[in-house]
Design a protein around this ligand. Structure first.
Ligand SMILES: Cc1cc2nc3c(=O)[nH]c(=O)nc-3n(C[C@H](O)[C@H](O)[C@H](O)COP(=O)(O)OP(=O)(O)OC[C@H]3O[C@@H](n4cnc5c(N)ncnc54)[C@H](O)[C@@H]3O)c2cc1C
Length: 492
């Protein structure tokens, strides 16, 4: 199989025996569950767009491993052009779904594990790179989705993994066998975990010798024995249970998803192990994955930002306020912020360079600057969108009220007629269209999609301080002091 369709992807999930819990119960048919399905639809879009000749250049690539045409989400970047196409592909997906489409974390993990295992083997004489290449060839050939799993629960943030009172708060090796390892622990906040075929696990922080059992990287199928997931709630998620087709949901087709992934003594055969105790290389893997993922946000958040800006512009138009100079200026500001993020995504890609293993890596300083801006600008874009939208975005009666035929008015007008009368704006604007756009904005600013657009912008790929540490390391203040000395005529 070269490229799957969205429908084939959804059918492939039905064949997995993935164990999922939600609201305290095991979910049997999670593929069709109204809360989960929109996130599956978002991933399906990564398949459907790859089938469309219009997007072939962005969505597909020639595999550096097999020479076959593959989905770009499984590709090892071969050039700065590849890195740029990745960011453009992510913007496209954000525009088409208005949500998190979840497949980026796996792609970022592939590229980080590929280059790190190469250098690890070079230093230690191990065979992890060979293992990883075989694994990735299978993923590319079968066009599978892989959860990129880095974040451990971490317990007491002031203590190293081995010093935690509960040793499972960082994922670790609990047994070494001749044919593989047994792992125990969990990965938290895992994007797209439930609808992934495989998980690619990486350590969450740089480690010392005492943490060697925690320096572990491996791949594992979603339905492995001992693996299960607890689905994460999102704001307003149960609206999908009330009626998945209601205008109140805001985005009926697409969404994102996170879960706690638990490894309750899972056996990993040697062929899927990519690091097992080489703690000196944990930091390299973390830094590379984080770098790629910080680049990613210069694409996906920008695409969703395009939808926020478009919705705000429509809300202004429906209100009859679109010609006001301050509204125009606010839309300009939103666009300026959004395009600044895109500039950062493109810049760190254009300044990329090859790794020893041959795939391309982004410029680390610029990727961290990109993500640092992402921790701020979507919040300002959302603030301006809420300003333009007006209060009805959060006070609007339900779709059921708009449809109610219950007489309420003096003259027998129904609740629905009353709602349509008082929430009408321009004569040529359908009240339902106004409802739809305000609910979409609510979804993006405060509802299920805000998980991806706001809080993931803050913490995903690392909280803001993590980028500031990298910026301080990469910023070359010493070199800048030399420049100043030279211009000022100060001798060293
Ligand atoms: C929507 C969403 C999707 C995500 N998807 C994924 C995914 O697919 N894969 C994945 O691996 N991860 C994922 N993450 C996890 C993300 O990388 C983490 O949220 C992030 O690294 C922060 O970790 P935390 O949430 O545990 O926050 P915390 O570690 O609790 O951080 C909270 C605050 O405490 C500070 N802090 C924490 N520890 C220290 C310390 N030792 N010293 C000083 N300050 C400290 C932080 O800087 C921050 O300000 C996702 C997160 C979100 C919100």
């Amino acid at each position: 199989m070269a490229l799957m369709t969205g429908e084939q992807y959804i059918e492939s999930l039905r064949r997995l025996k993935t164990r999922v819990y939600m609201f305290g119960e095991q979910v049997e048919n999670w593929v069709d569950h109204p809360i989960i399905r929109p996130s599956i639809n978002s991933v399906a879009m990564t398949y459907d767009l790859a089938q469309d000749p219009e997007y072939a250049d962005l969505m597909t690539a020639k595999s550096s491993l097999t020479g076959k045409t593959i989905n770009r989400f499984t590709h090892l970047h071969q050039s700065t052009e590849d890195l740029i196409r990745k960011v453009k592909m992510q913007r496209l997906l954000g525009q088409k779904t208005g949500a998190c489409f979840q497949r980026c974390v796996g792609m970022d993990a592939f590229n980080a594990v590929f280059s790190t295992t190469y250098e690890l083997d070079e230093a230690k004489g191990t065979k992890y790179h060979e293992n990883f290449v075989k694994f990735l060839e299978m993923i590319q050939d079968e066009d599978l989705v892989v959860d990129g799993a880095m974040t451990d629960p971490k317990g007491d943030r002031g203590k190293a993994p081995h010093a935690q009172p509960d040793k499972d708060l960082f994922l670790r090796i609990v047994e070494r066998r001749p044919d593989g390892i047994v792992v125990r622990g969990a990965k938290a906040h895992q994007t797209g975990a439930v609808n992934s075929h495989w998980h690619l696990i990486m350590p969450t922080i740089a480690m010392r010798e005492a943490d060697a059992d925690y320096a572990v990287s491996f791949a594992c199928p979603s339905d492995a024995e001992g693996l299960f997931m607890v689905y994460g709630r999102q704001s307003c998620d149960t609206r999908k249970l009330e009626d998945p087709c209601s205008v109140d949901v805001g985005n009926n087709r697409f969404g994102g998803q996170e879960a706690l992934v638990v490894f309750d003594d899972v056996f990993i055969p040697n062929e899927y192990v990519f690091m097992a105790g080489e703690y000196e290389f944990a930091g390299m893997m973390v830094e590379r994955f984080a770098g790629y993922h910080r680049q990613s946000y210069g694409g996906c958040k920008v695409g969703v930002g395009d939808v926020v800006i478009g919705a705000a512009a429509l809300a202004a138009e429906y209100n009859g306020a679109e010609k006001a100079s301050h509204i125009k200026d606010k839309l300009i500001e939103m666009t300026h912020l959004n395009e600044t993020l895109f500039c950062c995504g493109i810049a760190c890609s254009a300044e990329g360079h090859p790794t020893k293993a041959g795939n391309y890596q982004i410029d680390l300083l610029l990727a961290n600057v990109c993500k640092q801006n992402v921790t701020r600008f979507p919040y300002e874009i959302v603030r301006l969108a809420e300003d333009i939208a007006g209060g009805l975005m959060v006070t609007m009666p339900s779709q059921k009220d708009f449809e109610s035929e219950l007489p309420a008015g003096r003259g027998g007008e129904s609740v629905g007629e009353i709602c349509r009368k008082y929430f009408a704006t321009r004569e040529d604007v359908d009240v339902e269209d106004r409802q739809k756009v305000l609910r979409l904005l609510e979804n993006l600013c405060l509802g299920t999609a805000a998980v991806g657009y706001r809080t993931e912008s803050m913490h995903g790929a690392g909280s803001p301080q993590a980028q500031r540490i990298m910026i301080s390391r990469q910023g070359n203040i010493q070199g800048k002091k030399d420049l100043a000395r030279a211009i000022a005529g100060i001798e060293k």
